[in-house]
Ligand binder design. Structure first.
Ligand SMILES: Nc1ncnc2c1ncn2[C@@H]1O[C@H](COP(=O)(O)OP(=O)(O)O)[C@@H](O)[C@H]1O
Ligand SMILES: [Mg+2]
Length: 548
């Protein structure tokens, strides 16, 4: 092993605020990178830390008041290191006691004065982020080294997670990577609401120069595509496995209220809608739409509804007519095959084709998710009663782009997505939310996210939102704001031992090859279930549903 390169020594700091260090004279200040992983060698512990800031300092303000000019390069050199020097800030994230067998632990103390700080070596990365193996997936490489940074996929799918970043920073690519990992390692079933047709069959890079393989191409037989607009899929010669229709009678008042903006509803719409439901039950929309002026008047008279607001609602619901995937009654066969696939550990991409607007996307995502969640709750309850491992539904991860539409502070309380985000992993369903405006997402939902994978964000509000519920995040904020605008991200949370900045793994020919290579487990669906003992199951149940 080569000698690690020393950067400097600790000079001050606290557990709460992080450490300040003085740069060694021989170390080039400009070589330091915010977000870099460094190691402090304490007397009894090694502290794995992140570099969060770089500063200039001088022993005396007088030198700064009278700086040497261009014609005195020698003077500048003499001052450097003695009177002028660099300092940097680091935040310790994990510590490793001398007795390595004790393993990595959370930081509970800090190193003493003048503890030396080194660049992290490949071994340090290996120790903290592991190598790619069963259940651990390489997301990228550190900023300045060629070693893998891996994510623990089992821990990842256990909670809801988020992928964030400004538009064009690589969110969809990061999401595709995560999905590939989860599918390749057979960790969970996935339901993906693919608003922009990027995930299922081939997409393109932003400049359209390069074809990007979709999940169904990388995992044939394991990923199915269901389309709401089969015509468009056919036109693009994109393969699909079925089309989906939604029945008018499946649309509930909550779904319509969620579409307040898209449908331009009045404040009175809710009341009118509930009056219709009271009279007509599930068929409320079709019955309301079928009424002529006289029928409407009679209905208003007999039900006490306001005629103006009920006719406005009727008129506005006409917007649903252009959605050809909505029919009076849904043909269930296709949705049932899709749900069976999910129950069997496969993944499903829902393609929207021409219906890329808010109205279609939210309606479909809400209705399908609600139905699937109901089924998962039912199955989990069955499992709780029987304690038979075979009754347990597989872990399901639901990916939604433009997540704030479902999870903003006003809607998060009503939508099924808000419920899933808040109920944690009880029913084995979690979310992967993808969004460019994390500040628009409800705080409570943000604080429940287990892992946050974030590309560049500029807006302070958005940066603050990423750290909702994360302590000691001050330094990390500067790191986030300093990411490159593309193919860099910070991973933070449950699925990594400590926050880390990566250069995102390239989604290229080498990656396709790695994904297409045979993996473990059987060829379809999940790896054969390990035999689970009754006590293990009971432990799991107690863990999820703690006895009062
Ligand atoms: N991991 C990656 N591998 C290859 N190209 C990438 C990767 N991440 C980002 N890119 C490039 O950046 C562009 C924007 O990424 P994209 O995921 O579409 O951004 P977003 O979803 O945040 O708007 C892509 O079209 C691609 O050219
Ligand atoms: Mg995108």
């Amino acid at each position: 092993m080569s000698q690690p390169t020393r950067i400097g020594v600790v000079t001050s700091g606290s557990l709460l605020e992080g450490l300040t260090a003085r740069l060694d004279d021989h170390y080039d200040l400009e070589q330091l990178r915010v977000g870099q992983f460094v190691v402090v060698q304490g007397r009894q512990n090694r502290f794995f830390s992140m570099l969060t800031d770089v500063q200039l300092a001088a022993t005396s303000p007088a030198i700064l008041a009278d700086p040497p000019g261009d014609d005195h390069p020698l003077l500048t050199e003499i001052l450097a290191g003695r009177s002028t020097y660099g300092t940097f800030k680091i935040t310790p994230q994990l510590m490793l006691p001398e007795d390595i067998s004790l393993g990595l632990r959370p930081v509970k103390t800090i190193p003493a004065h003048f503890a030396p700080i080194y660049e992290a070596s490949e071994d340090d990365f290996g120790l903290v982020f592991g190598a790619e193996d069963e259940g651990s997936f390489q997301m990228g490489r550190p900023l300045d080294m060629d070693v893998a940074v891996c994510l623990d996929l089992h821990r990842f799918v256990e909670r809801s997670n988020g992928v964030f970043g400004k538009s064009g920073t690589g969110k969809s690519f990061l999401t595709r990577l995560l999905l590939c990992g989860v599918i390749k390692h057979k960790i969970a079933s996935n339901l993906i609401f693919d608003m922009h047709s990027e995930y299922g069959w081939s997409g393109t890079t932003e400049d359209k120069s390069q074809e990007v393989k979709g999940l169904a191409q990388l995992f044939p037989g394991q990923v199915l595509i269901y389309s709401l607009d089969p015509e468009s899929s056919r036109r693009r010669s994109a393969k699909f496995d079925g089309d989906i229709t939604i029945g008018l009678d499946e649309i509930r008042v909550e779904d319509i209220l969620l579409l307040q903006d898209a449908l331009n509803l009045n404040a009175t719409a809710a009341e009118s809608a509930y009056i219709c439901v009271e009279r007509f039950g599930a068929a409320w929309i079709s019955q309301l739409r079928a009424m002529d002026t006289d029928a409407l008047k009679e209905f208003a008279d007999s039900s006490g509804a306001n005629i103006a607001s009920i006719s406005a609602l009727r008129r506005k619901l006409a917007a649903l007519d252009r959605l050809t995937f909505i029919s009076r009654k849904a043909t269930l066969s296709s949705i049932n095959t899709m749900i069976d696939a999910l129950l069997n550990g496969k993944s499903v991409v829902i393609e929207f084709g021409q219906y890329r607007d808010e109205l279609a996307y939210m309606l479909v995502a809400n209705i399908l998710t609600r139905r699937i969640h109901e089924l998962w709750v039912e199955r989990t309850e069955l499992f709780l009663a029987s304690k038979r491992a075979s009754d347990r539904p597989p872990q399901l991860m639901i990916t939604i782009e433009e997540a704030h539409k479902f999870l903003n502070p006003t809607t998060a309380r009503q939508t099924i997505f808000g419920i899933i985000a808040r109920e944690l992993r009880k029913y084995a369903v979690t979310l992967l939310v993808v969004d460019q405006r994390p500040s628009s997402i409800d705080n409570e939902v943000m604080s429940q996210l287990g892992s946050r994978i974030t590309a560049l964000l500029n807006d302070d509000k958005d940066i603050d939102a990423i750290f909702t519920g994360v302590s000691g995040s001050k330094g990390l904020k500067t790191v986030l704001a300093a990411l490159d605008s593309r193919q860099q991200a910070m991973i933070l949370g449950h699925a990594v031992p400590m926050p880390v900045v990566i250069r995102t793994r390239a989604y290229d020919a080498a990656f396709y090859k790695a994904m297409l290579a045979p993996g473990r487990g059987n060829s379809n669906g999940f790896a054969p279930a390990l035999p689970i003992s009754a006590t293990q199951i009971q432990d799991d149940v107690d863990d999820l549903f703690p006895p009062d």
